[in-house]
Design a protein around this ligand. Structure first.
Ligand SMILES: [Zn+2]
Length: 100
């Protein structure tokens, strides 16, 4: 997958490995780290749910359930992404303008 966002992340990682969820790049709001730990992807919960409503043919409630079970509950190792639940990325105001 190629995008401006992905290119910038790859450049920042400089070869470091980081887990990302397939087809969820629109919900990545950044990358971050805690001292002494590897860099992780940061996802906006609201954007994840919106993605599955838009692309997954699900109701909002179904998408929330899917994201809670398959993404929020997933532990995929040391670089398991962080999911932001209280988020000031603009997800509460902006619709369908997420950067790919
Ligand atoms: Zn957000």
């Amino acid at each position: 997958m190629n995008s401006i966002k992905r290119d910038k992340i790859e450049e920042f990682l400089d070869g470091e490995e980081m887990i990302v969820f397939d087809d969820c790049d629109k919900a990545i709001i950044g990358v971050g780290s805690v001292h002494g730990k590897p860099t992780i992807a940061v996802y906006c919960y609201n954007r994840l749910v919106d993605l599955f409503v838009e692309d997954g043919d699900m109701t909002y409630e179904e998408a929330m359930e899917w994201v809670d079970f398959n993404i929020v509950s997933a532990y995929v190792g040391e670089t398991t992404p962080l999911i932001m639940h209280i988020c000031y990325c603009g997800c509460d105001q902006e619709q369908n303008i997420y950067i790919d």
